[in-house]
Design a protein around this ligand. Structure first.
Ligand code: B1M
Length: 219
């Protein structure tokens, strides 16, 4: 198999052994960029895992193994990702969390890496975070933006409740909110949620859209 397909296969099979060699080959021999490896190969593999799991053709412990390979691969690639060199100071800051009840953090951590490498300060407070903890962190760090991630359909409801909580505490105008995660849709965020929230809420389909949105959101 070509190395790209081999990497996809590793994610699907949860196969760690030889991962580093394949990543080196992809980068150094095939000349693939670290971020392209993530987007074009690793995430493609993860998509298949999600489909298999959704159809009941893959059991949870194997999904977990796939997630481990994904995490390891991202960690190995991270030092090779393009960074903005010599940018003095931070372009702004964000508190990043996976919402209450949700453990999925691969996407959130990818957002962390992309934003950090591009000059933003990221306070990544982890998974299963209630809105009270998110607000506390945003206050403590005087963050410019609140970022919430969640992959479960349930999490889209939690995000709505979180926005309501920000509103009821009079904090809706204090932080613009960036939302991302597979169960969200642009219409849900930009029509439904934006319609009920008296602050600013934006949807990012992927980490790069998150990066592009940071500049207008940091004020
Ligand atoms: Co779970 N899981 N999972 N899972 N899992 C999904 C989400 C699911 C769609 C799979 C399926 O059924 N096909 C399904 C949800 C169904 C639903 O809600 N309708 C599901 C389920 C059901 C569950 C459990 C309930 C299973 C169970 O226990 N029976 C359970 C949930 C536990 C909980 O949260 N309370 C569970 C557990 C797990 C594992 C622990 C095994 C593992 C997670 C490991 C980890 O994250 N540490 C896992 C995995 C790996 C997946 C799939 C297969 C892959 C997710 C992933 O990492 N994708 C997933 C299927 C799928 O998504 N297709 C699935 C790669 C990642 C880079 O993408 O996070 O979407 P993603 O991030 C993207 C964008 O969304 C965006 O940027 C990233 C790309 O650039 N983005 C942001 C994300 N956050 C952002 C924030 C931003 C901006 C952009 O700004 C703030």
């Amino acid at each position: 198999l070509p190395v790209g397909e081999r990497l996809q296969r590793r994610i699907i099979d949860g196969e760690l052994k030889g991962l580093e060699d394949d990543l080196d080959q992809a980068r150094l021999v095939e000349g693939m960029k670290a971020l392209d490896i993530v987007n074009d190969q690793l995430l493609e593999g993860m998509k298949v895992v999600g489909e298999l799991f959704g159809k009941g053709e893959m059991q949870l412990p194997f999904v977990l193994q796939s997630a481990e390979v994904m995490k390891k691969a991202v960690a190995l690639l991270e030092p090779h990702m393009e960074k903005i060199e010599g940018s003095s100071g931070s372009k702004g800051s964000i508190v990043l969390a996976t919402v209450r009840g949700d453990v999925h953090d691969i996407g959130k951590n990818l957002v962390d890496i992309i934003l950090t490498n591009n000059g933003y300060t990221v306070h990544n407070i982890g998974i299963k975070q209630p809105i009270s903890a998110i607000i506390e962190a945003a206050e403590q760090h005087d963050a410019d933006v609140i970022g919430m991630s969640g992959l479960l359909v349930k999490s889209t409801v939690v995000m709505k409740e979180n926005l309501e909580e920000l509103s009821s505490r009079g904090l809706a105008k204090r932080w613009p909110v960036l939302l991302g995660g597979a169960a969200l849709t642009r219409t849900y965020v930009e029509d439904d949620l934006a319609g009920m929230f008296d602050g600013e809420v934006r949807y990012a389909r992927d980490a790069f859209e998150g990066l592009r949105l940071m500049e207008p959101l940091v004020r």
